[in-house]
Design a protein around this ligand. Structure first.
Ligand SMILES: NC(=O)C1=CN([C@@H]2O[C@H](COP(=O)(O)OP(=O)(O)OC[C@H]3O[C@@H](n4cnc5c(N)ncnc54)[C@H](OP(=O)(O)O)[C@@H]3O)[C@@H](O)[C@H]2O)C=CC1
Ligand SMILES: O=C(O)[C@@H]1CCC=N1
Length: 281
């Protein structure tokens, strides 16, 4: 049974990102009875029902799945690929209640594009989350659309807060934020892959090298998650004067690793802008 004092939430599209937010919300205490999700395939719907105990509708089984889920929601969280987001907004436009807040997590889809596809006056919020949301350790930005007033932003902050740290940002900063925190987990996983490969190069067994790299990145992440953690101070605490780490860091500096990371982030941000131009034409 739904609880009339808690908002009903519909996740339209429930793949990597929306399932991560869903996991964070459920772990944070939101009742499965308040939540509906939609996907395309019946198999994926069955899996989500089994894992999360929520109502899931598949468009393969019911062409009206998104419209049914959207009509019953106080908050809709759209999590399909950017290329499908505007079509999805148009699909649900006629069934939304005027008070329903539509949150989109799609990269590169602007508030203006969303508002143009939805009924005049619909409250819209653009969010850029990341996948550690599943563990309640995500970073989720929110940017208000024209009709998302302070109380609806507070509601979004409250709901998404179960998935991690919520930051309010002006929409013009979303692509930059996405290049740091949206894509960022992939950079860290890439580092873990590279560390494991380096261990193999040095003669370690691949299975052992993977454990060493994975546990080291996870352990360092836990240290960063401590209150007032400072990455520079933590790095210095590992780097003994004239020791081994100092040689590794000096080599990274000589090879311009920070410049390489900045170039990657710039490429991510530029790609977001290019997708916006492609889809806004
Ligand atoms: N992945 C990430 O780390 C992040 C992603 N994002 C944004 O999140 C959005 C989703 O990305 P991601 O989760 O990676 O993508 P996925 O492909 O993993 O998930 C997309 C989901 O949408 C479903 N879907 C597709 N079309 C429809 C439709 N018409 N109706 C209902 N469901 C539909 C798919 O169903 P089915 O499974 O049946 O195919 C799938 O569950 C993107 O816009 C992306 O920019 C934002 C921040 C981070
Ligand atoms: O790669 C992408 O396009 C999405 C947006 C940020 C992370 N994943």
């Amino acid at each position: 049974m739904t609880n009339a004092t808690e908002p009903t939430i519909s996740f339209l599209g429930c793949g990597s990102m929306n399932e991560a937010i869903l996991g964070g919300l459920l772990a944070g205490g939101i009742s499965p009875a308040q939540v509906t999700a939609t996907v395309r395939s019946a198999e994926r719907a069955a899996e989500l029902r089994r894992v999360h105990g929520i109502t899931v509708l598949a468009t393969a089984e019911d062409a009206d799945a998104n419209r049914i889920a959207a009509a019953g929601a106080d908050v809709v969280i759209m999590g399909v690929k950017p290329v499908g987001t505007i079509a999805l907004a148009r699909e649900i436009a006629s069934v939304l209640r005027p008070t329903t807040t539509v949150i989109s997590v799609a990269a590169a889809i602007s508030l203006a594009m969303l508002e143009a596809a939805l009924p005049e006056g619909q409250p819209v919020i653009r969010s850029m989350p990341n996948t550690p949301s599943r563990l309640g350790r995500g970073v989720l930005s929110i940017s208000a659309g024209t009709h998302a007033d302070a109380s609806l932003m507070a509601q979004a902050r409250d709901i998404l807060g179960s998935a991690g740290t919520v930051v309010d940002i002006p929409e013009k900063q979303v692509d930059a934020l996405s290049a740091v925190s949206g894509s960022g987990p992939a950079y860290v996983f890439y580092l873990a892959e590279a560390m494991a490969a380096a261990g193999v190069e040095l003669g370690l067994d691949p299975g052992l090298a993977k454990i060493l790299a994975t546990e080291t990145v996870a352990g360092a992440g836990y240290m960063l998650a401590e209150r007032d953690a400072d990455p520079t101070a933590l790095r210095r605490a590992v780097t003994s004067p004239n020791g081994t780490t100092e040689q590794a860091i000096a080599t990274f500096d000589r090879l311009d690793l920070p410049v390489i990371i900045a170039a990657g982030a710039l490429a991510a941000s530029n790609r977001a802008q290019a997708i916006t131009e492609e889809l806004d034409s």
